[in-house]
Design a binder for this molecule. Structure first.
Ligand code: PNS
Length: 171
């Protein structure tokens, strides 16, 4: 039997994933997951969910700009905003085959698993979980904001641009 020739790069479909979240603001924990996703997929779409019920500190445009600045060295990463629609519909529209999420521990897993199962039920889109880097298990956007608000040092947990943006917001 003739050996099957490998697909050339031109024949291979683009493998795209999404890293969804609130990103209010992006932390080094988020960035670690995005960088690792960028090594696994051809293109990474960082989808910023804006929830009107949970106004947050940064506007959706500010969150997107902070992400784009943090990811400036990652040419296959881009950020978008979405609201008032299902993540699976964004995936369909942008031909995204996988949702990539970082898991810091069991609490994240319990929160993420039902969403992963629901998203797969709705359209078949798969969720890929990456173990969070142990250096960032304590890092969440809400804790960062609280620590920054009371003058704690968050410089090792967010990028310099995000630290400046937080300082500017908090006056
Ligand atoms: O950073 P967060 O707030 O934990 O991210 C939650 C997010 C954005 C991933 C989730 O709320 C989401 O996907 N919302 C979009 C609406 C949707 O698709 N809901 C059904 C999820 S099964």
């Amino acid at each position: 039997m003739e050996p099957v020739p490998p697909l050339s790069d031109a024949d291979r479909p683009v493998r795209r994933c999404v890293c969804p979240g609130s990103y209010d603001p992006i932390t080094l924990g988020h960035l670690d997951v995005i960088k690792r996703a960028a090594q696994l997929y051809d293109e990474v779409v960082v989808a910023v969910l804006y929830n009107q019920a949970k106004e947050g500190m940064f506007t959706p445009a500010e969150r997107r700009e902070l992400i784009n600045a943090e990811c400036a060295q990652l040419p296959n990463v881009r950020a978008i905003e979405f609201q008032g629609r299902l993540l699976v519909d964004v995936c369909k529209e942008l031909q995204i085959a996988a949702i990539v999420k970082g898991l810091r521990g069991e609490t994240d897993y319990s929160y993420e698993l039902p969403m992963a199962v629901m998203n797969r039920y709705l359209t078949g889109v798969e969720t890929v979980f990456l173990p969070g880097d142990p250096s960032y298990t304590q890092v969440s956007s809400s804790l960062i904001k609280e620590v920054a608000r009371f003058g704690g040092d968050i410089s090792g947990l967010v990028g310099p641009g995000v630290a400046s943006a937080l300082a500017a917001k908090l006056g």
